[in-house]
Design a protein around this ligand. Structure first.
Ligand code: NAI
Length: 299
């Protein structure tokens, strides 16, 4: 089996380097027409030039593929709209959107300025929302769309010094959880990748060189391409790094009913049972939790 993207138009944000570049190149190798977006700034989001995106476009053209560059910012409403307009103008439509662009402004919460918090939220969460909102009507009108969000273990599980980044990254999972429901009825599937890769973003965090060598961004791309393929799932999170691939899911314990007069003392006395995850289950959507609460209520 060889998964192909012939005839598909894909936008990859932040594709001037790192993971996004790998996604863009592999999509092009497999037949997609690609819009390579990148603001071309530093890791903290300062500066910018369209040169990075243009270089990736040149690489795609050299191997016989079709691509255009876009140097706009995903965290700018007009920039995100322009990105989708560029795709439609050059290639007629948008089938795939990979929200990959990102920046870092690490500091402990106490030392972090509100500007640094907002800047990170604006690129990852708001930027992904802007791009997805711009592509959504095009996808809805044709009854086909694949959107991939990029989260992080920092958001899923926490990481010291990354309160801004973690909040933004888990926000993307929340965004996916609703869009998978709204889009599913319209042929749009929304999934999320949680990558681990050696890029400029992870260059200075002290990972030993022999481990960095194994963390090839090219080993994250297969999961991303699967998540935006024709037979993609809907609402799936895959953690991917160094050839490891695992589904990630939020689950809830079996729970315990403490009666209509439950007090804080009852919660304290039962905290082990409340925290028992041995029979944890996932839910397809929020309302299912309410149904469970009432279905398991003792009469
Ligand atoms: P990277 O720094 O090489 O790539 C990010 C790209 O996004 C850069 O080329 C940058 O110019 C671009 N960008 C930044 N702000 C932009 C904006 N406003 N508009 C358009 N483009 C913009 O880093 P990497 O590692 O390739 O990151 C890709 C994604 O993967 C990010 O969302 C990152 O948070 C995420 N990620 C990476 C991990 C890793 O281990 N490398 C771990 C978890 C998540």
């Amino acid at each position: 089996m060889s998964i192909r993207f012939d005839g598909k138009v894909a936008i990859v944000t932040g594709a001037g380097g790192g993971l996004g570049k790998c996604h863009a190149l592999e999509l092009a190798r497999r037949g997609a027409k690609v819009v390579v977006n990148d603001l071309g700034g530093a890791v903290d989001g300062t500066g910018g030039s369209s040169a990075a995106a243009e270089e990736v476009v040149a690489e795609i053209k050299d191997m016989g593929g079709e691509a255009i560059a876009n140097g706009g910012s995903v965290s700018d409403r007009a920039g995100a709209k322009g990105l989708v307009d560029d795709a439609v103008k050059a290639f007629g439509t948008v089938d795939i959107l990979i929200n990959n662009a990102g920046i870092l402004r690490d500091k402990t919460f106490k030392k972090m300025s509100e500007d640094d918090f907002e800047a990170v939220l604006n690129v990852h969460l708001v930027g992904s929302m802007y791009c997805t909102r711009a592509a959504w009507p095009v996808m809805e009108a044709k009854g086909y769309g694949r959107v991939v969000m990029t989260t992080s273990s920092s958001g899923l599980y926490g990481n010291f010094g990354q309160s801004n980044y973690g909040a933004a990254k888990l926000g993307l999972v929340g965004l996916m959880n609703t869009l998978k429901l709204e889009g599913g009825r319209k042929g749009i599937r929304v999934n999320t990748i949680a990558p681990v890769a050696a890029t400029r973003m992870t260059a200075d965090i002290g990972i030993p060189a022999e481990i960095m060598e194994k963390l090839k961004p090219e080993l994250v791309t297969p999961a991303v391409l699967y998540l935006c393929s024709e037979d993609a799932p809907n609402g799936m999170i895959i953690e991917a790094g160094a050839g490891y691939y695992a589904k990630v899911q939020v689950v809830e314990g079996k729970g315990v009913h403490l009666g209509p007069n439950a007090t804080v003392d009852d919660v304290a006395a039962n905290i082990e049972r409340i925290g028992d995850m041995s029979e944890a289950t996932p839910f397809g959507q929020g309302g299912e939790v309410t149904v469970k609460i009432f279905q398991t209520m003792p009469s």
